[in-house]
Design a protein around this ligand. Structure first.
Ligand code: GLA
Length: 386
């Protein structure tokens, strides 16, 4: 549902039966253009922050509780503030906000009783980082203007997700939500935890298409991939002890030694090493307005996820295969963690309408589902709204 920041203030008051004016924070979702699963291998990623965002409004309260309402799920949550430090995960939406609160407490930021009203227009389960948007907006709301360096904000929200929610994610989603910039993509170096802003050609539109499927093996397969990448590092370190992560492996070196790596870790490593290189090539092509090359890299990245990393599924493969045959399409690939969610496609601006119509028609005929499209204009990172 679309969120209108001004309306949230009224909704907050109505829901909590309160006359106070809450402060509203916004944190965006993201679409990753290229470099998938490379973040926890300390490689490069290339996302943009979206205008789709999570809004958390907050006001202090005198009831002694940490209380929250999720408008999208129509669910309330509350625990006594004194119970926050030792709260355990409940395996539901509130884990994201409790995890963030605990991380802030660990850093020495006291949390006072408060009400949080949460509304998001980042579609959940779509690969557009609805959870990072929620974590970052919650952290800003709970900080309430207290200073925290932006990188620390990204890292603490990532820890909330990996340590409390239990998803061993990399840094990309939270980092992008914090550092996103209007009009620019970010090339993030996940080893040095630094980034450069990169201008995208203005002769292309970035369109995300939601397949509306999310196959359940998501988190377990993610863990499996993390473990398989570690196995690959161990095998390669037997040859070169200087290799501490797949980031330390060049494509050329990998091609030379790959036969000494067992089959599954070899395939996983091939994806990571080649996709990290594709990020560098994509950023260069973008700077040169080389849309054909950008499109080629998109498709190569998808095939690498499909055959080597094995994280796609029939529905997104079908979307990509259909998209790349349509006029005005430079390239298409799945984005995000995998097993469903969104594809992202580079399209000539005047071909976007026809592209959406044709893809909708084909996807409906095949899966009886109507994909949802999002126009991905790079938007600003997280901050206070009202
Ligand atoms: C999820 C994780 C990210 C990243 C992507 C895949 O979104 O949260 O850290 O690993 O998957 O690129």
């Amino acid at each position: 549902m679309v969120v209108v920041p001004n309306e949230i203030v009224d909704q907050f008051r109505e829901h909590f039966q309160s006359a106070v004016t809450p402060v509203v924070y916004r944190a965006p979702g993201r679409v990753n253009l290229i470099g998938e699963h490379t973040d926890y291998n300390l490689g490069y990623v290339f996302p943009i922050a979206l205008s789709l965002a999570c809004y958390v409004s907050i006001a202090p309260a005198s009831h002694g509780l940490f209380r929250a309402f999720s408008r999208d799920l129509a669910r309330d949550f509350s625990i006594p503030i004194a119970d926050l430090p030792a709260a355990e995960p409940r395996h539901e939406w509130s884990d994201y906000i409790v995890g963030v609160a605990q991380q802030l407490l660990k850093l020495g930021f006291p949390i006072q009783p408060c009400d949080l009203y949460i509304a998001s227009d980042v579609p959940a389960g779509s690969g557009l980082s609805s959870s990072a948007a929620l974590e970052v907006a919650t952290a800003l709301a709970l900080l309430g203007g207290r200073e925290l360096p932006p990188l620390e904000l990204a890292l603490l929200t990532q820890r909330a997700e990996s340590q409390f929610v239990g998803m061993p994610c990399g840094i990309m989603d939270q980092y992008t939500s914090v550092f996103g910039r209007q009009g620019a993509a970010l090339q993030i170096d996940c080893r040095s935890q630094t980034h450069q802003y990169v201008q995208l050609p203005d002769t292309v539109q970035i369109v995300a298409a939601n397949s509306l499927v999310k196959h359940e093996l998501g988190t377990s397969a993610y863990r499996e991939r993390v473990a398989e990448c570690k196995e690959a590092v161990a095998a390669i370190a037997d040859i070169d002890p200087g290799v501490l992560s797949l980031r330390d492996v060049s494509l050329e070196f990998f091609e030379r030694i790959q036969d000494s790596v067992p089959l599954i870790p070899r395939k996983r490593a091939r994806h990571i090493v080649s996709d990290t290189q594709r990020v560098v090539d994509f950023a260069l092509a973008s700077r040169h307005n080389d849309l054909l090359e950008m499109g080629r890299l998109f498709v190569a990245s998808h095939r690498s996820m499909q055959y080597d990393y094995e994280i796609t599924c029939d529905e997104v493969d079908f979307m990509v295969d259909t998209a790349i045959k349509l006029p005005g399409v430079y390239g298409s690939r799945m984005t995000g963690g995998g097993f469903g969610g969104c594809t992202v496609t580079l399209v000539k601006p005047d071909a976007v309408d026809a592209f959406q119509q044709k893809l909708t028609q084909a996807y409906r005929e095949r899966y009886n589902l109507t994909p949802v499209f999002y126009d991905c204009e790079p938007a600003a990172g997280a901050g206070r709204m009202i």
